[in-house]
Design a binder for this molecule. Structure first.
Ligand SMILES: Nc1nc2c(c(=O)[nH]1)N[C@H]1C(S)=C(S)[C@@H](COP(=O)(O)OP(=O)(O)OC[C@H]3O[C@@H](n4cnc5c(N)ncnc54)[C@H](O)[C@@H]3O)O[C@H]1N2
Ligand code: MOO
Length: 391
């Protein structure tokens, strides 16, 4: 049986080259740029006023004379009329400053009498309250680097410099198949021996957290032909996630069915808890994750392994890892890596109760998974442990 480190390495080695897609700015929200973006215009595109006030030539002003207001430029308008040295123009924030002027005085800092203004601003220098053309970004200049996250502000920035489409790393397409004769739908009667199906719901929600909507979600019985039929239909997705049927029981048919569908097994079983019977395989470019059916094993394996694969497609880092001191002692036997549901405090992390992999009540309120090393046994309060945030 391989350990966690080897499993993660094998997943990395089998992740294929990421794809690049051209998307509109809003479609690209939350993606990573696959190439740098160059500005196609100067921004601002002209010298513009930063204030509502009066534009005039500071250079030609004697710093005491009144100026005659000869007109106005509303934002959105433009004037090419040359303003003389004893003149000023009423101007507004964002409007192009007219030829002959170099400075704007705020309207609060003038006394206006008819068409005459007296400037009362001792702090003015040439260029005050003018945003020069290209002072944010110049045409041809790199506006954003490759690997930059497309944030809402980045989108606003790019829209403002005339960019409408960007090349980003594509999200993978994901299909989900949950297996089990016992699984009842939310609106079904839950008769003897049945349970409400919840793994697909949790996986859909976790994928949504990453901005991914699965292309297909199917619930199938523990019947070989049905499992194979469902698998064959989904082998064109980038990632296929299955749950249940990967352990050793007579009705655990998923690994064999995957084999029959031509999926190449990379590994089956990891020295970990929960999720020991985890299966990972590949069919051409499709990565196949068959997660042990217990609900906590499903979610834990999703955060630890499936997200790692999704990251290699999108180039995004989703759930931060950090080292935190343990709030209390924790003991386990050596031999398996434990991923335990935890809650972070101000300066430490606490292991929650109810860690069994059929239970989700603690996981439901956990904010992290705490990793206890394979070889470790007696962890003491204050020992540093690796913590993966899951929110
Ligand atoms: N003899 C052994 N038995 C088991 C071993 C083992 O090593 N030897 N491993 C145990 C471990 S660990 C796990 S985890 C489970 C994994 O088993 P499977 O992947 O075959 O999962 P199932 O048996 O199909 O289901 C396990 C459990 O989870 C419930 N389940 C399944 N799917 C769903 C779903 N979509 N929604 C909600 N709940 C689901 C299912 O009813 C079972 O209770 O095997 C152990 N056994
Ligand atoms: O992995 Mo199983 O999840 O330990 O019950």
């Amino acid at each position: 049986m391989i350990n966690v480190k080897e499993a993660k390495q094998l997943i990395d080695e089998n992740c294929c080259a990421s794809k690049v897609v051209t998307l509109s700015l809003l479609e690209a929200n939350g993606s990573i740029l696959a190439e740098p973006i160059y500005a196609v215009i100067d921004t601002p595109p002209f010298d513009q006023s930063a204030m509502d006030g009066y534009a005039f030539s500071f250079e030609n002003w004697d710093q005491k004379s009144k100026l005659t207001v000869i007109g106005e430029i509303q934002t959105g308008n433009y004037s090419d009329k040359i303003v003389e040295s004893n003149q000023a123009v009423r101007i507004y924030t964002g409007a192009p400053i007219p030829p002959g002027t170099d400075t704007v005085v705020m309207q609060e800092k003038v006394n206006r009498d008819g068409n005459s203004i007296q400037i009362l601003d001792a702090s003015l220098v040439s260029g005050t309250n003018v945003r020069p053309q290209g002072s944010q970004t110049k045409k041809g200049e790199m506006a954003l680097q490759e690997q930059q996250l497309v944030t809402p502000v980045a989108i606003s920035f790019l829209a403002g410099i005339g960019i409408t489409k960007v090349n980003v790393f594509s999200k993978p397409t994901v299909s989900i198949i949950v297996t089990g004769k016992e699984l009842a739908g939310a609106n079904d009667e839950i008769s003897e021996g049945k349970i409400f199906e919840s793994n697909s719901i949790g996986l859909i929600a976790a994928l949504q957290q990453l901005g991914i909507n699965p292309v297909s979600v199917e619930v199938v019985d523990d019947v070989e032909e049905e499992i194979e039929k469902a698998i064959s239909k989904q082998l064109s997705s980038d990632i296929l996630i299955l749950t249940g049927g990967v352990s050793v029981g007579d009705y655990d048919l998923v690994p064999a069915s995957l084999g029959k569908c031509g999926v190449q097994k990379i590994f089956h079983k990891i020295k970990q808890k929960p999720g020991k019977p985890f299966y990972f395989g590949r069919h051409n470019q499709t990565l196949v994750f068959a997660l042990p059916g217990n609900p906590a094993a499903v979610m834990s394996c999703f955060y630890e392994y499936v997200v790692q694969a999704i990251s290699s497609f999108t180039h995004k880092e989703y759930f931060k890892k950090m080292a935190l001191p343990l709030a209390e002692d924790f003991n386990k036997k050596a031999g398996l890596t434990f991923f335990l549901k935890g809650k972070m405090g101000e300066n430490n992390v606490m292991v929650l109760n109810n860690q069994e992999s059929y239970k989700l009540n603690s996981f439901a309120v956990a904010d992290c998974l705490i990793e206890f090393s394979e070889e470790g046994e007696n962890f003491k309060k204050g020992d540093l442990v690796n913590v993966r945030m899951i929110l």
